[in-house]
Design a protein. Structure first.
Lengths: 404, 139
């Protein structure tokens, strides 16, 4: 077993060797510019790009013409939201999103708010799901876009995307979904799910960093976006810039592998995830799973180890790569806003660990991590005045804490 | 984040973990911080009535590694000191000893607060009215 163990597959994933293999020729002999229309080098590169477009489209039930290449999910989210906002400004100025969205969506919306757009941020229920009735009520005749993620990057909760899309369609509102955690992990079909625009990134599905895509529906309805970068008019005028051919080929190959192996991979991730959870729950009391277990990515587990602070927990498992929602591990010193949006107290966020299990993880690794965590949590609880109080039967919510 | 060797040492081998009888008249208990802030320290001292010397000190801390190390170090320093000497321990001494980075200074402040709170509790029990300056937490 190799150390350290990587269980942070929501942050990024290792590039699959088969993806690397597919990319390599496009650095060397097939190095052409895909926009060079008058020689063999350009044609070869263009062929690589068009093949990738087909592979991506096939994975999500789209037409290749509906795939626009970008530099990644942040750019895709920006292009989708700002592109719609600008293009449909005459129709309305209202955008609806949700509290647990990625910052690439939330901060883009906040930027638009400064420019006169009206933004509604829907709260989520305790299980992390959007309330569809609240969504219905939030839509007005000024609403031009609803942006709700497919699956959450911290708690893995899968939103009722098909129903959200249906509501949007009935009301004539465009529906964008940041689908970076879902695509390649669970079946996504832009038609069955009523999606108009979807953000994709390669590095979450065993492809390279720095490349992503945007699905932009071409009919029923035909979606138009105002380009956010001016230049050569690549990608149907929506995204200028020379194509990153090797990376695009890698994204395509990653999608093709995901499509072929999805069923087995879901089974693999789910089995390991459930095993990790079962072992932790057998060895420790006072564990809380954050977010719906029913509507959840197969490889995600987000658990709060009550009465233990997340950063001290990570210190004790320094040979395991995971993330914590604790303030101490973030740049902002704020605990996870996603966990807070579930209505959980800050102390639960401080005690949370996110596990992201993926293609390359093994049962041996999961067992090691479970055993190690049980040891470290037990040790830290011996150190914890809160656990001592809990054991004495003191209700911590009734304690007057001495702080200013 | 990279931790100093001393922080790692206290985290891996915390000194004086445990609890003293909080109802004893010779024990002072300080509990500072709050769960929602991610730090709670409980620090206790046992004082010899006759000599005024701190004979034992125990802690329990919910918090990051630096918070654990700060309180562990504090208990080490408290033992053998008189109550008045203990009041001289400053958070900056802890910062220097553990090489805490700026984002972790609040851990040392909390430890100083915990020392002062424990001494204040002890003195209250002893009926002594000596005012104890309490640091303002920046956490």
């Amino acid at each position: 077993m190799k150390s350290p163990i990587y269980l942070d597959n929501h942050a990024t994933t290792r590039v699959d060797p088969r993806v690397v293999e597919a990319m390599l020729p496009y650095f060397t002999e097939k190095f052409g510019n895909a926009a060079s229309r008058n020689h063999e080098f350009g044609w070869e590169a263009e062929q690589g790009v068009e093949n990738a477009r087909k592979q991506i489209a096939s994975l999500i039930g789209a037409s290749p013409k509906e795939i626009i290449f970008t530099s990644g999910a942040t750019e895709s989210d920006n292009l989708a939201i700002k592109g719609v906002a600008e293009m449909y400004a005459e129709k309305g100025n209202h955008i609806i999103t949700a509290a647990t969205e990625h910052k690439a969506v939330l901060d883009t919306c906040k930027k638009l708010e400064k420019h006169g757009y009206r933004i509604t941020i829907l709260p989520v229920k305790g299980d992390g799901l959007v309330d569809l009735d609240m969504l219905r009520d939030a839509i007005t005749d000024k609403t031009i876009l609803v942006s709700i993620m497919y699956a959450n990057n911290e708690i893995g909760v899968i939103q009722p995307v098909a129903e959200i899309g249906k509501i949007c369609r009935e009301r004539g509102v465009l529906f964008h979904t940041d689908a970076v955690q879902a695509i390649g992990k669970i079946p996504v079909d832009v038609n069955a799910d009523n999606i108009d625009i979807a953000s994709i990134t390669a590095h979450k599905l065993y492809g390279p960093k720095g490349v992503g895509a945007l699905y932009v529906r071409r009919r029923n309805p035909r979606v138009q976006l105002t380009a956010q970068m001016d230049g050569g008019g690549h990608e149907r005028g929506m995204r200028s810039g020379t194509m990153n051919v090797p990376a695009i080929v890698g994204l395509g190959e990653a999608c093709a592998i995901a499509q072929r192996e999805m069923a087995a991979e879901i089974e693999h991730s789910r089995t390991l995830r459930d095993r990790l959870r079962a072992r932790l729950e057998a060895g420790l009391d006072e564990l809380y799973v954050n977010g719906s277990m029913e509507h959840r990515l197969p490889g995600n587990l987000n658990i709060s180890f009550a009465y233990v602070e997340g950063e001290s927990l990570l210190m004790g498992i320094s040979d395991v790569a995971v993330s914590s929602g604790s303030a101490c591990t973030s740049a902002t010193l704020e605990p996870s806003y996603v966990l807070k949006a579930l209505g959980l107290g800050d102390e639960i966020a401080h005690s949370s660990i996110r596990f992201g299990i993926g293609r390359f993880n093994t049962q041996e690794e999961v067992d090691y991590v479970a055993d190690k965590l049980i040891d470290v949590v037990t040790k830290l609880r011996e150190l914890s005045p809160l656990y001592e109080m809990f054991k004495e039967g003191i209700d911590l919510s009734t304690v007057q804490w001495a702080h200013d | 984040m990279a931790y100093s060797d001393k922080v790692l040492d206290h985290y891996n081998n915390p000194r004086n973990v445990g609890s003293l009888d909080r109802n004893s008249s010779t024990v002072g208990t300080g509990m500072v911080g709050a769960p929602e802030c991610g730090d709670v320290m409980k620090l206790q001292i046992q004082v010899n009535d006759a000599t005024g010397i701190i004979e034992d000190a125990k802690f329990k801390t919910f918090g990051c590694g630096s918070a654990i190390a700060s309180s562990s170090l504090a208990t080490e320093w408290l033992k053998g000191k008189s109550v008045d000497e203990a009041l001289q321990i400053k958070n900056t001494d802890i910062v220097n000893e553990l090489s805490l980075p700026p984002v972790k200074i609040h851990c040392s402040v909390l430890a100083e607060d915990a020392i002062k709170a424990a001494i204040s509790d002890y003195r209250k029990k002893q009926g002594s009215e000596v005012a104890v300056p309490v640091a303002v937490s920046v956490a």
